[in-house]
Ligand binder design. Structure first.
Ligand code: HEC
Ligand code: HEC
Length: 264
């Protein structure tokens, strides 16, 4: 009996004149089943990435998108990068998928901080030397992203993954790029800009290097993350908890994070 009841509700809901599609509420149970059949093969059954596609459960860029943006990605796909279009599912099923994706991202789960933000702050600026690359409220380096508002919208799990598994970040700008000049000189660092003719790379000492591609023998976009990948073994689990708590507490206290949260 039950499925008919829900089907009837769905017909009623979508049949009402003047109900904007964007306001469609997703059903997480339906989304879960749809995810298993349509998405898990590439993104992994928990959305944390597989061989053919990156994590969409723990990556900030994806979490920060609005429901409407996620729905548009699923509907239209991303041409040229291997993300197919699922427009054939229709708007309701896509809304269900987005609702379930939010569950995988930990939305709605209460954020329980088990670490000490004060101890995390000390690690960030001290022993763990995160501040060598990251800035928070104007203090620190700028080789990596500014993390002032970063944690405000994220689950502890997502922040922990970003710290212990930087290779999972699909963003190309987070990977090391290696250049070899025709003169033989080699540099490696962070890609800052690239077009058909020129490329700019920033090295760890903060310097920018601009090259005309005609003067380069080789440009290699590696899959190695710029951020050290060994924090999971160098820091204790408690220390990582402390860093996670510090980033979430700091992010939640920033007004920008509140706006971002309201956006979803
Ligand atoms: C054939 C493999 C494949 C399948 C199946 C697939 N995806 Fe993807 N998806 C990708 C790839 C590859 C990317 C990464 C594109 C890039 O490089 O940015 C991606 C990216 C995404 C993104 C992130 C886009 C962004 O905002 O950056 C979302 C969200 C997403 N997929 C959702 C889904 C959902 C939901 C399904 C199931 C309905 C699905 N994908 C099925 C391959 C797949
Ligand atoms: C050698 C430089 C470097 C160091 C040291 C470093 N990171 Fe990173 N980190 C990066 C880069 C590069 C990225 C890629 C994202 C970006 O900057 O755009 C990144 C990404 C991150 C992200 C994800 C940001 C996002 O927008 O998705 C977090 C969180 C983070 N780092 C935390 C830390 C913490 C905590 C430490 C210290 C334990 C640390 N990092 C040490 C360079 C560094």
């Amino acid at each position: 009996m039950k499925p008919y009841f829900f089907a009837l509700l769905a017909v009623l809901a979508t049949g009402l004149p003047g109900v904007p599609l964007a306001a469609q509420q997703g059903d997480t149970a339906s989304g879960q089943a749809l995810f298993a059949t349509n998405c898990a093969a590439c993104h992994g059954s928990d959305g944390r990435g597989g061989e053919r596609a990156p994590s969409i459960a723990t990556v900030r860029n994806v979490i920060a998108r609005s429901d409407a943006e996620l729905a548009a990605t699923v509907k239209n796909g991303l041409s040229g990068v291997g993300m197919p279009s699922f427009s054939f599912l229709g708007d309701q099923k896509i809304a269900d998928l987005v609702a379930y994706l939010r569950v995988l991202q930990g939305k709605g789960a209460p954020v329980k901080l088990t670490g000490s933000p004060e101890a995390g702050r000390e690690l960030f600026y001290g022993k763990a030397a995160c501040a060598k690359c990251h800035m928070i409220r104007g203090e620190g380096g700028f080789f990596g992203a500014d993390l002032t508002t970063y944690g405000g919208n994220l689950s502890t799990d997502a922040v922990r993954t970003a710290i212990v598994d930087p290779a999972a970040n699909p963003d190309r700008a987070s990977k090391v790029v290696e250049l070899q000049a025709l003169s033989g000189e080699r540099i490696s660092g962070r890609l800052r800009s690239e077009d058909n003719f020129n490329i700019a790379v920033q090295t760890g000492d903060g310097r920018f290097h601009m090259y005309s591609k005609a003067k380069l023998a080789d440009v290699k976009h590696t899959s190695r993350p710029i951020m050290p990948a060994d924090y999971g073994s160098k820091l204790s689990s408690k220390e990582i908890d402390d860093l996670v708590s510090f980033l979430i507490t700091t992010g939640s206290a920033s007004p920008q994070a509140a706006t971002r949260r309201g956006h979803n």
